[in-house]
Design a protein around this ligand. Structure first.
Ligand SMILES: [Ca+2]
Ligand SMILES: [Ca+2]
Length: 163
């Protein structure tokens, strides 16, 4: 190797070492891991804060999923100011199904009401364990599902699945 070639090779190796991202300790632009659920069959649409303004998901069946977030969570033992997400749906089956609520970054609770506003079932496990309800719902009726964040960070993610 000629001297100019060796110098060029040395310069290149120094340049590559300086650019090696493994040794780049400037993490000011690092925003943390991007966490999200896989794209669902549908996405939540606000405003949906009351039963009267529930987002209609139509007729859903096994494998259906909808993803959304709780833009604000409750705190200090109250739900004041928490984002409440109401969904309405009918099932395509009268057989028992599982309604599963997966969550990230918050303790999000799940409840099902009939179209008269009567509570049918709820799952409000303390902590960030996912919630699940097993129930059979009359496919000829519209059911209301309420998702709300008891405690957690703004933007806590949730995903509701029919299994
Ligand atoms: Ca929401
Ligand atoms: Ca909402």
């Amino acid at each position: 190797m000629s001297t100019p070639t060796r110098l060029a090779a040395l310069a290149l190796s120094l340049l590559l070492a300086a650019c090696d991202p493994v040794f780049d300790d400037d993490d000011s632009a690092f925003l943390g891991p991007v966490v999200m659920f896989p794209e669902g069959t549908a996405a939540e649409a606000e405003p949906n804060d009351t039963a009267a303004t529930a987002q209609s998901l139509g007729i859903v069946g096994l494998g259906y999923s909808v993803t959304g977030d709780s833009s604000a969570c409750g705190s200090d033992g109250t739900l004041d100011g928490a984002d409440v997400d109401w969904l309405s749906l009918s099932l395509d089956t009268g057989a028992p199904v599982r309604l599963r609520l997966d969550m990230y970054d918050g303790d999000v609770d799940l409840a099902v009401f009939d179209d008269d506003g009567a509570l049918v079932a709820d799952a409000a496990t303390t902590g960030v364990d996912d919630e699940e309800l097993a129930l059979a719902l009359d496919p000829d009726r519209v059911w209301l599902v309420r998702v709300r964040c008891w405690m957690g960070n703004p933007g806590a993610l949730w995903r509701l699945r029919v299994l």
